[in-house]
Design a protein around this ligand. Structure first.
Ligand SMILES: C[S@@+](CC[C@H](N)C(=O)[O-])C[C@H]1O[C@@H](n2cnc3c(N)ncnc32)[C@H](O)[C@@H]1O
Ligand code: SF4
Length: 365
């Protein structure tokens, strides 16, 4: 039984210079044929698995870059195919430049329950640095539009450690976010991903990393958001009580999930596979009844355990000490360094450990 579905919609108004997701910016492949391919992939999966989604997540890319008509077609097609009686959360990622009242209402009527709004910053200068297509005013307007359409569960995505970002700018962005009263905030530390314009600028020395400043920005987040009622339930995720993302939690505890669309990953048991990261070819093959497989791997039980440990340790509840028994040396070292501490029979990151979360998590994979 598969309870978690992800849909990758690979279209964006413009490529952000830090982004490494599989996306395309033209409208060439943003066609009904592509939507039919997605629906066909769902039909195929229904033949192989029992699908009873508790969570659906539309990400990308920018799913809200589809037109209203396309969304109606796709979401209507899904509703006709899927048993949604167990659905608890249906998230839709929205870029602020791509949604106005009509589309917001359409999403709400289609059954979407949660919006993840890619704001990144409330500072216009930093939004320029990030190459975003929207400014702060437009993001605020979109937030209001989504609320007016009836969305009661909205996440705001933010990014810190942006080139040139000051503590004052970040403080103002957090304050503005809190003032809008979203239910959830994801606060990501900018990663310089290979094959991005940002990575090249880092190599050229146009951008410099400042680890001390980034640690200060992260600590500021861990102070300010919880004092406004958001609990840090994972290193980068803060939620009001009861508003944690059900879909993300499913990933973190190692639940099976199916991904649909070009470049999407699926993991069922110990098998992981990825669809071709090429929209035109994905569409052609899917509609011709050919395989869209790009890569498949059979994980060892030890690898999968390590992955799940790496996720778990980054969460509020940490991990049962017994589940880290395979890594006694690493656990002892992290304890001595003051990165991990025992609470009952569980191991949790300390505040210092949270600053080193990637290093700790990497020790288990
Ligand atoms: C797949 S994007 C989807 C949202 C939507 N496309 C948008 O950008 O508005 C999800 C989030 O990942 C974060 N993100 C993307 N690239 C990142 C990077 N290189 N480092 C840190 N966070 C990143 C951004 O906060 C973004 O909102
Ligand atoms: S950050 Fe979002 S809008 Fe920008 S290219 Fe990546 S997926 Fe598209």
């Amino acid at each position: 039984m598969i309870r978690h579905l992800y849909f990758h919609i690979p279209f964006c108004p413009k490529l952000c210079p830090y982004c490494c997701f599989y996306v395309e910016t033209g409208a060439k492949n943003k066609t009904t044929a592509f939507l039919d391919a997605l629906l066909r992939e769902v039909d195929d999966a229904s033949g192989r698995f029992t699908l009873r989604p508790e969570t659906i997540y539309f990400g990308g890319g920018t799913p809200s870059a589809l037109t209203g008509e396309q969304l109606e077609y796709l979401l209507g097609g899904l509703r006709a195919r899927l048993d949604l009686s167990a659905l608890r959360e249906w998230t839709f990622e929205v870029n602020p430049a791509t949604v106005r009242a009509e589309k917001a209402r359409l999403l709400k009527n289609a059954g979407v329950t949660r919006i993840s709004l890619g704001v990144q910053s409330w500072d216009d200068a930093l939004l320029k640095t990030l190459g975003r297509v929207h400014d702060a005013a437009q993001a605020e307007e979109t937030f209001a539009t989504l609320r007016a359409a009836g969305f009661e569960n909205i996440n705001i995505d933010l990014m810190f450690a942006v080139p040139g970002q000051t503590l004052a700018q970040w403080q103002a962005t957090l304050a503005k976010t809190i003032a809008l009263q979203p239910e959830h905030v994801s606060s990501y530390c900018l990663t310089y991903e290979e094959d991005t314009a940002y990575f090249r600028q880092l190599q050229l020395g146009t951008f410099r990393q400042d680890d001390d400043r980034d640690a200060d920005l992260f600590e500021m987040t861990m102070d300010i958001l919880p004092s406004a009622g958001f609990e840090q339930y994972e290193i980068s995720n803060y939620a009001r009580p009861g508003r944690e993302s059900v879909h993300n939690f499913a990933y973190w505890r190692g639940a099976d999930y199916l991904g649909f669309g070009p470049s999407a990953f699926s993991t069922v048991g110990l098998r992981r596979w990825q669809a071709l990261p090429d929209t035109a070819e994905y569409t052609r093959r899917m509609l011709a009844g050919e395989s869209v497989g790009h890569f498949v791997e059979e994980l060892s039980p030890a690898t999968r355990e390590g992955e799940i440990a790496a996720f778990a340790v980054r969460t509020r509840d940490g991990i049962a000490a017994a589940d880290l028994a395979r890594w006694p040396d690493a656990v002892q070292e992290f304890r001595e360094l003051g990165f991990l501490e025992n609470r009952g029979d569980r191991l949790l990151l300390t505040r210092r450990g949270k600053l080193m979360a990637d290093t700790v998590a990497e020790a288990f994979v």
